[in-house]
Design a protein around this ligand. Sequence first.
Ligand code: C2E
Ligand code: MG
Ligand code: MG
Ligand code: MG
Length: 275
Amino acid sequence: HAKHLGSGRVVVADTARSTTLARQVQRETQLAEALRTDGLRLHYQPIVDSARHIIAAEALVRWPHPEQGMLSPGVVLSTAAEGNLLDELDLWVLRTALRAAADWPVIIETNLSSNIATESGPLDAVGTVITESGVDARRVVLEITETALAELSEPVLARMGALIERGVTFAVDDFGTGYSTLARLKHLPAEYIKLDRQFVAGLAAEEGDRAIARSTIDMAHSTGRRCIAEGVETTAQYEQLVDLGADAFQGWLFSRPVPAEDFAELLGRDPLPTT
Ligand code: C2E
Ligand code: MG
Ligand code: MG
Ligand code: MG
């Protein structure tokens, strides 16, 4: 076929493809390097109770890339997935967050990526990182998305059980965006349900979103769990969620995710004003 297209076009296409590939491979190498040299950053976002007291900090990754500026978690995660670095990333984030938050009087939450649900090795390493940090395991919450939790295998469940024995708790992240049945959810060893921010965004205007928020909160409570609402941006959303009985709240209304030094400052201004 190449002949009919004319050699110029083929060469251009090949060059474009190999440039993209080269850039991708280079980014994977750079991420591996960043993981080795602490070249990534964590921002921390407060989670508050209904009196606006800070109860937890969620660590969120950022990558100050040498040429491409500050890269979002989406780019970090896709690069890590391509480069087979997801486990290393999760462990780096946990290790770094536990070090930064060692003296904070709050719970520290980190996100585990989806492959944690299918492999048991990473969760063993998570246990080791917590032990080595010296942080009380009861201060550690591990978030796993609803979608990833749908694929839990028996060996992984056993590892989660072992961590729970030590005091670690799990949270279902982005709840409402996956397809878990209530029957399945009943068996998930998670203490917290995080209501996805899309339903919080629609609270005022969308009857359906309000119904989903209400039933998620009620379901959490009737199964002995607690519900954290994500993406709270307005006082109206906050008040509605308090009325619906949500237990904890996270969002720009209280604070954007901030560097560790700024988070320490937020702790000094507790309870947080609604800005
Ligand atoms: P997530 O775990 O659901 O984290 C919450 C996301 O919502 C964060 O985006 C946060 O900045 C954003 N957010 C917080 N409050 C508000 C608000 O009031 N309004 C709006 N519109 N957004 C708000 P971020 O930091 O870009 O992270 C995006 C996602 O990337 C996270 O969603 C999480 O799934 C993933 N992620 C972030 N850091 C890590 C990490 O260290 N490891 C892993 N495995 N995943 C991570
Ligand atoms: Mg999360
Ligand atoms: Mg979330
Ligand atoms: Mg979310």
